[in-house]
Design a protein around this ligand. Structure first.
Ligand SMILES: Cc1cc2nc3c(=O)[nH]c(=O)nc-3n(C[C@H](O)[C@H](O)[C@H](O)COP(=O)(O)O)c2cc1C
Length: 387
């Protein structure tokens, strides 16, 4: 029975454990390029023991970025910086994953902490947003949406293929396509945002077409031996939107197009929600495990899995194959080491760290309570705390 710290093999790639840094947009790029910040951010998480490390969504085109400060993989000049990211992750024992995406009608934003509003198309830091239908998301995304033509769609799929080629050249070993969160692919899948009357709209099969064609385009340039995965918005939490049944149908079809694993998340194609489970522990697991049961596909899942006992339990019970951590990975770059020490039962916890650090921690023993965590409540510690 695997646990959180069991290795995980998919295609020719083996993760040292089931713990991944979930993709998180950092709004720290200029011209879509990575900087020292990104090397620090992702290198430190690999050094902290994460088996799989995703940088933020990397956009397949400039207008596919969420904001002007977001990362991209839309020209060859972006490859050398990304190579530095993948090589530090590798050197620290992790596998470098990439999330390719296009933010669609939710793009052209300002940084969240600078207002979190959409910029108009004529603003120097904004652009014309695109989608399957000319329907703005609403709320803070107010500007008109350009309805993509068939030629536009073909061009976007070429962008996917070229981005996947660059991803391979940059040294990424695990591919995830972003088909969630109301971004372009998700907006094609959702009947709320997709009201087309051509072969890309209407039935579930038609709404899935953009996603299947993206998978096919990526497969052209992404090697067969490396994992091809995607994050699917499986539920819009709205009766008029994507339902889990649609996701099950879609994933079965994607399996026929070479999908190796599904990372389950929400659709977020509307702010009008029938439920708001966001503060509940492990709330996505029920949907994810149902999808695993009904499609047989390996599953990754995030959302409130940062308590070590819960993360371990969902793997032990066979509900989830890979646990993705977003906010916990922001808060604690050494989350895997912390979890191993909290849970106990992991043979060589310091083996999660780079070998030189592990050497010192194993051989240059300190007081058990002076490593950091968890605090061991020895009588000596209690005495110090009481004083
Ligand atoms: C700052 C931030 C940026 C995020 N950016 C992305 C992103 O680029 N792509 C994506 O699929 N999800 C993104 N997410 C969602 C996370 O990947 C993750 O699914 C979510 O935070 C739930 O996991 P958690 O409960 O462990 O934080 C982001 C989340 C945060 C907090």
């Amino acid at each position: 029975m695997p646990n959180l710290f069991s290795p995980y093999t998919l295609k020719d790639v083996t993760l040292r454990n089931r713990i991944a840094v979930s993709p998180m947009t950092m709004y720290r790029s200029k011209d879509g390029l990575v900087s020292d910040y990104h090397i620090m951010m992702y290198g430190s998480r690999a050094a902290g023991g994460f088996g799989l490390v995703f940088p933020e969504q990397l956009a397949i085109s400039p207008e596919g970025r969420t904001s002007i400060g977001c990362g991209g993989i839309y020209n060859d000049e972006q490859i050398p910086g990304l190579k530095r990211v993948t090589s530090i992750i590798k050197e620290m024992g992790g596998i470098a994953g990439i999330q390719l995406g296009h933010t669609g009608r939710k793009s052209s934003e300002v940084k969240p902490w600078e207002g979190h509003v959409q910029l108009p198309p004529d603003h120097p830091n904004g652009w014309q947003v695109v989608g399957p239908s000319p329907i703005p998301y609403g709320g803070r995304y107010t500007y008109p949406v350009h309805e993509l033509t068939r030629d536009d769609i073909k061009r976007i799929h070429r962008d996917y293929a070229q981005a996947a080629r660059r991803a391979y050249e940059a040294g990424f070993e695990w591919m995830e396509l972003h088909f969630a969160h109301g971004y372009l692919a998700s907006s094609f899948f959702s009947p709320i945002s997709n009201q087309r009357t051509d072969e890309y709209g209407g039935s579930v099969e038609n709404r899935l077409r953009f996603l299947l064609e993206a998978l096919d385009a990526v497969r052209e340039t992404w090697p067969e031996r490396l994992p091809l995965t995607m994050r699917l918005g499986c539920d819009d939490l709205n009766d008029a939107g994507i339902q889990v049944d649609h996701a099950i149908y879609g994933i079965n079809r994607m399996k026929e197009h070479g999908l190796d694993l599904a990372d389950i998340s929400f659709g977020y194609n509307t702010d009008e929600l029938t439920e708001t489970p966001f503060a509940e522990m492990a709330f996505m697991v029920e949907r994810a495990s149902r999808i695993k049961r009904e499609t047989g596909i390996p599953i990754a899942c995030s959302w409130n899995l940062g308590l070590p006992s819960v993360a371990d339990q969902v793997v032990r019970e066979g509900l989830v194959d890979v646990v993705l951590l977003g906010r916990p990975a922001l808060a604690n770059p050494h989350w895997p080491l912390w979890a191993a020490r909290e849970l106990g039962g992991v043979e060589d916890t310091f083996g999660l760290l780079p070998q030189d650090w592990a050497f010192w921690l194993r051989n240059f023993r300190s007081h058990d309570s002076c490593i950091g965590w968890p605090l061991v409540e020895t009588p000596a510690v209690q005495e110090v705390k009481a004083a």
